[in-house]
Design a protein around this ligand. Structure first.
Ligand SMILES: *Cc1c(COP(=O)(O)O)cnc(C)c1O
Length: 371
């Protein structure tokens, strides 16, 4: 039995009629840019995220870039972030005019280490970009005081974490709720995926929301009047329509991912060479990825591929070691926990439509490899 890493067709079959109906509304109206679907989806995502405002934009990458642009970074301004993430997290810092400062991660959750953030703060630090990696939140309650003490913006890259939450002082707080701004990606493979590119920013700050709405429209809220130079970064009405049809399923999909994660955990419990993901007890994980540490990782991957089982390594080369950032002076050894994770992690198929039989195939194949 083959088990793909992701099976978008399986989800398509369950939402097809609802999605096509909403798309047809847009098509019949012929209102493709900034139609009413945008505000409707923004309100829905703001509600989900417990925020006062949401701003749709063209991608999860632009969702990070736009709030960074609002900071008006000057050459030499530093933005502290994790190296163990998708490229966009740091590419946007560079493209907003800042210098990424990479710090190490927590070996249990793979999320940015708050102590390492504190140690990296300098007089040039302007912001912190955290990533809720694989679908579980960073300990915001440890990072917010650092940002407040030093007057830094705190951006939550929630591309992998829409609907994830964390108990802080006894209350559930959503991904995107507590930072200066939180960001989401609707890339098709994300937990809430469009049928193309899309992104969204959430914030509690009314002035920032207004600024971001301007920045996504060439810097002018009023047509043909530009207060500043912005981007063309709108969310497409058709994509918003698709997302509105899919959003009501998100909670059940996240629960389905958690159930499958628990099933993997049980399957791997007796396999010493495989370390199941650690969920911080304060977190409700949404398992965008189910990522284990595995002995002889690359050979395991080859074994799985030979059995037609999908897997991926997120991320094989951390960002501090990317050629484009060579001038920043990092080298192998700069971030040992990150570099250890790079060599050991492997993500296995996890999606709500994954069947028990498919999961048993994955668990059985991993077991066979180490036997
Ligand atoms: C997917 C992703 C992004 C970028 O989102 P796009 O919609 O592809 O631009 C940014 N950060 C992280 C952590 C991601 O996983």
């Amino acid at each position: 039995m083959s088990v793909p890493m992701l099976d978008l067709k399986a989800q398509y079959a369950t939402v097809k009629d609802a999605v096509l109906a909403r798309m047809m509304d847009v098509i019949e109206r012929q209102y493709f840019i900034m139609g009413p679907e945008i505000a409707e989806l923004e309100q829905a995502v703001a509600d989900l995220s417990h925020t006062a405002h949401a701003i749709g934009c063209a991608s999860g990458t632009d969702a990070i870039l736009l709030p960074l642009r609002s900071l008006e970074l000057q050459p030499g301004d530093e933005v502290i972030t994790t190296s163990f993430t998708f490229f966009a997290t740091a590419g946007t810092i560079h493209n907003a005019g800042g210098t990424p400062v990479f710090v190490d991660i927590d070996p249990q959750t793979f999320n940015i280490d708050p102590d390492a953030i504190e140690a990296a703060i300098t007089p040039r630090t302007k912001a912190i970009v955290v990533v809720h990696l694989y679908g579980q939140m960073v300990p915001m309650e440890r990072i917010i005081p650092l940002a407040e003490k030093h007057g830094l913006a705190l951006i939550e890259d929630g591309a992998q974490a829409i609907g994830a939450r964390r108990k802080v002082d006894g209350a559930w707080r959503m991904a995107g709720e507590l930072g200066t701004a939180g960001t989401f990606s609707f890339f098709p493979s994300k937990n809430l995926g469009a049928w193309g590119d899309g992104g969204m920013i959430v914030t509690q700050d009314a002035a920032l929301a207004q600024r971001l709405k301007r920045l996504r429209l060439h810097g002018g809220a009023k047509q043909y009047h530009h207060e500043e130079v912005g981007l063309n970064s709108r969310l497409d009405s058709l994509q918003a329509a698709i997302l509105l049809a899919k959003l009501p399923h998100l909670e059940a999909w996240s629960a389905g991912r958690r159930a499958r994660a628990a099933r993997y955990d049980a399957g791997f419990a007796s396999m010493a060479p495989v370390a199941a993901p650690t969920v911080d007890p304060a977190n409700e994980h949404i398992f965008h990825q189910y990522t284990v540490r595995a002995e002889r990782r690359d050979a395991l991957r080859e074994h799985l591929t030979a059995r037609s089982i999908g897997s991926m390594v997120y991320y094989p080369t951390a960002l501090h070691l990317q050629p484009c950032f060579a001038s920043l002076g990092y080298r192998m050894g700069s971030l040992p926990v990150t570099e250890g994770a790079m060599a050991e992690v492997i993500s296995l198929p996890i999606y709500p439509e994954l069947t028990d039989a498919q999961q048993d195939e994955v668990i059985g194949a991993v077991g066979d490899f180490y036997r």
